[in-house]
Design a protein around this ligand. Structure first.
Ligand SMILES: NC(=O)c1ccc[n+]([C@@H]2O[C@H](COP(=O)([O-])OP(=O)(O)OC[C@H]3O[C@@H](n4cnc5c(N)ncnc54)[C@H](OP(=O)(O)O)[C@@H]3O)[C@@H](O)[C@H]2O)c1
Length: 304
């Protein structure tokens, strides 16, 4: 049973931030692998929303996967989870709770990288809470839910993603969290880039709200053509990438290029939304004519 001891020893050397990072890499590889499957399975596993309208499946396996679909409106669960977890970690911090202490201590024991400043922990936590709250509000009061479906794999990945992101935003600040509990007087040393990160986040956050309001005003399904949608097929996805990039910049410890945990989360978002944006562009081209969508970017202006 040497290998079990070896494995246990190796796992003891893995930090919580590395576990989050491994999840993002694994989830990204899963999505990329699904893209290599035949179209019918790929659609059954990953497509959701309007893009799945009127798709009939031939094979038995694809039809079985269709049975595992849940409503697209279950996106609501992501934001209930996200807001609840933001509240949970906030409460753990204020009460010096055991769960936060365990994770932060495990991070400090293993991680060799510098910690975020405590001001960044507060800001990154608040930005994540703001994003979850706005999306929850939109899901409840703005989005006009249709009857479109989503695969349960997508739903499950979404839940895991929001659970992981709720930790990712502060985990590289574990040293600062523990210090702030031990020190009577907290001194803030925010890095110079913090305002830039907050500004990028705010721009993406406001833009995404505008995009969702606009989408909800459309007759289902028409071609979105206002604001950023004039040039980008999935402008709401572009704003999501922008706001998480802002979050990543805000949470980057001094002396580091980026917060690697949030950056890998952003990589997962870009791959996940990128595959959906690709499907959206193809669907719009079939429905409204290639000439209307060909000149537009899918998601990232000047890049893709
Ligand atoms: N962080 C992540 O990993 C992640 C993953 C997925 C999504 N998201 C974010 O969640 C938000 C929603 O994403 P989503 O993938 O659900 O977006 P979506 O498929 O474009 O749908 C958003 C809403 O707009 C409606 N809609 C879409 N296209 C329309 C059209 N042409 N005409 C009329 N209504 C239309 C949809 O209706 P139906 O309900 O009828 O489809 C749905 O209510 C996005 O901003 C995205 O960035 C984040």
């Amino acid at each position: 049973m040497d290998w079990i001891q070896e494995l246990a020893k190796a796992l003891r050397d893995v930090s919580p931030s590395q576990i989050c990072q491994a999840f993002y890499v694994f989830a990204s590889i899963t999505i990329i692998t699904i893209q290599t499957l035949p179209t019918t399975y790929r659609q059954a596993l990953m497509d959701y929303g309007a893009r799945l309208q009127n798709k009939s499946r031939q094979s038995l396996l694809a039809r079985f996967l269709d049975c595992l679909q849940v409503p697209h409106s279950w996106f609501l669960h992501f934001y209930i989870l996200s807001v609840s977890l933001s509240a949970f970690w906030g409460w753990q911090y204020v009460t010096r709770g055991a769960v936060l202490r365990e994770i932060a201590s495990a991070q400090v024991a293993v991680a060799k990288t510098p910690s975020m400043d405590i001001s960044q922990v507060y800001v990154a936590w608040a930005l994540m809470a703001l994003q979850g709250t706005r999306r929850l509000y939109e899901s409840l009061f703005v989005t006009r839910s249709g009857s479109s479906p989503m695969s349960s794999l997508h739903w499950l990945l979404g839940l895991l993603y929001y659970a992981s992101m709720s930790i990712s935003v502060w985990v590289e600040g574990s040293g600062a969290i523990i210090n702030s509990w031990e020190d009577e007087h907290i001194i803030f040393h925010p890095p110079k880039r913090l305002p830039l990160g907050v500004a990028l986040f705010t721009a993406g956050w406001l833009k995404q709200y505008e995009c969702h309001k606009y989408l909800s005003s459309l007759k289902k399904y028409t071609l979105p053509e206002q604001g950023w949608f004039k040039h980008i097929v999935c402008a709401h996805y572009s704003s999501e990438c922008l706001l998480y990039f802002g979050l990543c910049v805000s949470a980057t410890p001094s002396g580091k290029l980026f917060n690697n945990t949030v950056l890998l989360g952003l990589l997962f978002i870009a791959i996940n939304l990128g595959t959906t944006a690709k499907g959206t562009k193809e669907w719009y081209a079939q429905k409204f004519g290639a000439e209307k969508v060909d000149p537009k970017w899918r998601m990232i202006p000047f890049v893709w």
